[in-house]
Design a protein around this ligand. Structure first.
Ligand code: GDP
Ligand code: IMO
Ligand code: MG
Length: 436
């Protein structure tokens, strides 16, 4: 039979974890939990704009570039070519992990095709944001957009180039001269090339031994029957194509970014897991249909400690927007959901779920493309009773208050996707898992 012995005929066990909102859904925690049953965890896109929190034994670790499986000693980690890698940020992260007693020796491989964040990129990020004035995106200022721009312009420098460090130094100096000319025109303080390289070059040199052929390593793992977990960063509403453009990040944050950012084939993806918070948060500017600019939003922010894991900025808070999440489920073929931070809703007298959008007298079932329209959209809410008994400590769904079960059931019915995991606290074990 033609093709019967090809890898395509093997069962595809590999899992993808994606954020379905505006990031910070709790992907780090879910990946950490799932990584216990995996051999390899792979970051696919984004860079140090991500902040993925893992809490183990009361100790909190925030990962920016390292895959969130790294705390499991048996797990190997790959940074795929879709990631934009800041050597200085990675160096800090490696130091922090080492200080916490986490040994990564022999467990981390960086794709030789991954683009490097250069000293010019945060500079240009600041310059572009300043030039946008009131219309600023509210980026993390980690140089993400300018690095992806250099990649698209074919003026980037890749991790594999570090085999020739003197050539990299010459190229970075040329990029700095170019960026400084732009910065000067925009009235932004230019870079001192020597000072910038004094920290960047040693950091780049340090990571050079970790760089290699990540595509080969990934496929070797797949062919050997190992279990691979792909870690999305940001969230689908921040996707450069289908998100709330231009208030988005500069990569494809959905399943497309997993494929193009790692070299895995679509046939090898077994399950797509979408992570959603039990309410909605957003950092930075841009439309937010269900935002609560009142004491209820403030209560969610304080109870949920909604302050950015990367920048410390307060996150904007609002009700769960099922219209946006349903679109994300459709576009990414989401098989199962992880619903996080249910505990933060404890004690709310009532909860609202956004089940449709209204614009100019019409009802919309999916988000409109233009931000100008999205800014004018009115949410259509379904109001459900809250629960007064804490959900923390619940070991199974049966232990949850009836109103919490009804809230979850409504989400599942609306999205037509099962909720397989329910987060009841930040710790690794504060998670209910339901049988598929
Ligand atoms: P990520 O970017 O998607 O990995 O999410 P972040 O780490 O930026 O933000 C999620 C925050 O919520 C972190 O502080 C987590 O420790 C925390 N968290 C995750 N799941 C839960 C949960 O179920 N309950 C509570 N209370 N906190 C959670
Ligand atoms: P994780 O992986 C939340 C947001 C920024 C800004 C926009 C563009 O932790 O969920 P960028 O620096 O990427 O050019 O900023 O995207 N943003 C995130 N918001 N979580 C993230 O990552 C984010 N990464 C970027 O706040 O609005
Ligand atoms: Mg985060």
């Amino acid at each position: 039979m033609p093709g019967s012995a090809t890898p395509a005929a093997l069962p595809a066990a590999h899992r993808v974890v994606l954020g379905l909102q505006w990031g910070d859904e709790g992907k780090g925690k879910i990946i950490d939990v799932l990584a216990a049953h995996c051999d390899l965890v792979v970051r696919c896109q984004g860079g140090a704009n991500a902040g993925h929190t893992v809490v183990v034994g009361g100790r909190k670790t925030v990962l920016h570039l390292l895959p969130s499986g790294i705390l499991h000693r048996h797990v190997r980690c790959l940074i795929g070519h879709g990631v934009v890698l800041d050597p200085v940020a990675l160096g800090h992260e490696l130091d922090e992990l080492a200080a916490g007693g986490c040994d990564i020796a022999g467990r981390l491989l960086i794709s030789e095709r991954a683009h490097l964040v250069l000293p010019t990129h945060p500079l240009l990020d600041r310059a572009y944001e300043a030039a946008r004035g009131a219309g600023k995106v509210g980026t993390t200022l980690r140089g993400i957009g300018p690095c992806y721009a250099d990649k698209a312009l074919r003026t980037g420098i890749r991790a594999g180039d570090l085999v020739d460090l003197p050539a990299v130094e010459r190229a970075v100096r040329a990029r700095i001269a170019h960026a400084n000319a732009l910065a000067q025109a925009w009235g932004v303080e230019p870079l001192d090339a020597d000072a910038a390289l004094a920290s960047w070059l040693p950091a780049a040199q340090r990571i050079a031994p970790l760089v290699g052929d990540a595509i080969a390593a990934l496929h070797a793992a797949v062919d050997a029957g190992q279990r691979v977990l792909f870690e999305g960063a940001q969230g689908v509403q921040l996707d450069i194509d289908v998100g709330t453009y231009p208030f988005v990040t500069s990569s494809n944050t959905g399943i497309g970014g997993v494929l193009t950012g790692t070299g895995i084939s679509h046939r090898q993806i077994g399950e797509v897991i979408g992570v959603i918070k039990a309410y909605t948060t957003r950092v930075g500017s841009g439309p937010f249909v269900t935002e609560l600019a009142d004491e209820r939003g403030e209560r969610l922010r304080q109870r949920g400690q909604e302050f950015g894991a990367t920048t410390g900025r307060p996150r904007r808070c609002g009700w769960l927007d099922l219209v946006a999440v349903r679109q994300a489920c459709r576009l990414n073929g989401v098989d199962a959901l992880a619903l996080t931070k249910l505990d933060i809703l404890d004690g709310e007298p009532e909860l609202a779920l956004c089940v449709a959008y209204r614009l100019d007298g019409r009802e919309l079932t999916a988000p409109p493309a233009r931000c100008a329209d999205l800014e004018r959209v009115q949410p259509v809410y379904e109001v459900l009773p809250g629960w007064q008994r804490p959900v923390s400590g619940a070991r199974g769904v049966a232990d949850l208050p009836e109103a919490a079960r009804a809230y979850i059931a409504r989400i599942e019915r609306f999205l037509a996707v099962p909720v397989r995991w329910i987060g009841t606290g930040a710790a690794r074990d504060a998670l209910i898992e339901r049988a598929p």
